[in-house]
Design a protein around this ligand. Structure first.
Ligand code: TMP
Length: 209
């Protein structure tokens, strides 16, 4: 029987370098012989990408309604794409997942218990094998994000909001150390990649060059 693959998520605030690092990790895993899918949230299926457009371009939403839309997109992504790929033995590298909903919508007033109920309903026990939390002070992250064009709705929120998001991610990492690893995203890009590869090797036993 095919052995199930591994599900790795990257989390963090704006400008932490998740997309770059997701690409590098996916390439390194592929070079090590793993079938890899790199994907992102909200998104990852045609329908979920349409929900993304709604979430990032419109608003404000009530935080519970917003979280429900995130989880609707997530459920589609998990059921149609992520789970089948893992079941076939592939490894999935996903830029953001359920922790982002707790950190971002939590910082907008979503109660943790409501988030936990949505996780139960939408994910039914499904969770990442490893979550890499790319940690960066919001001042540095926002400066990096501002250098890119076309800020979305979340990037336009103030520093206080982004400080609360960072605190939310660090709380999750502290509460679930077996699943989460905090990576200092303030280092150079190559050093962040090396730290990520070392973590994947020590946590999941996958060596990479
Ligand atoms: P990205 O810019 O990293 O692609 O993510 C899109 C934005 O969506 C980002 O500002 C964070 C936000 N977001 C949430 O607020 N809740 C979520 O559950 C997810 C997945 C993303």
């Amino acid at each position: 029987m095919t052995q199930r693959g591994r599900f790795i998520t990257l989390e963090g605030g704006e400008g932490a370098g998740k997309s770059t690092q997701a690409k590098r990790l996916a390439s390194a895993l592929a070079a090590a012989g793993r079938p890899v899918l790199r994907t992102r949230e909200p998104g990852g299926t045609p329908g979920a990408e349409r929900i993304r457009t709604l979430l990032l371009g419109h608003g404000p939403w009530d935080p519970v309604a917003e979280a429900m839309m995130m989880f609707a997109a997530r459920r589609e992504h998990v059921v149609r794409v992520i789970r089948p790929f893992l079941a076939a033995g592939g490894w999935v590298v996903c830029d953001r997942f359920a922790d982002s909903t707790l950190a971002y919508q939590g910082a907008q007033g979503l109660p943790r218990e409501v988030w936990a109920r949505l996780v139960d309903v939408a994910l039914d026990g499904f969770a990442p094998d490893l979550t890499l939390m790319l940690d960066l002070p919001p001042e540095a992250g926002m400066a990096r994000a501002a250098a890119r064009s076309g800020a979305d709705r979340y990037e336009r929120m103030g520093l206080g909001f982004h400080a609360a998001v960072r605190a939310g991610f660090l709380r999750i990492a502290a509460a679930e150390p077996a699943r989460c690893a905090v990576v200092d995203a303030g280092q150079g890009v190559d050093d962040v990649s090396a730290a990520i590869r070392a973590t994947v090797q020590s946590r999941l036993g996958q060596a990479m060059d």
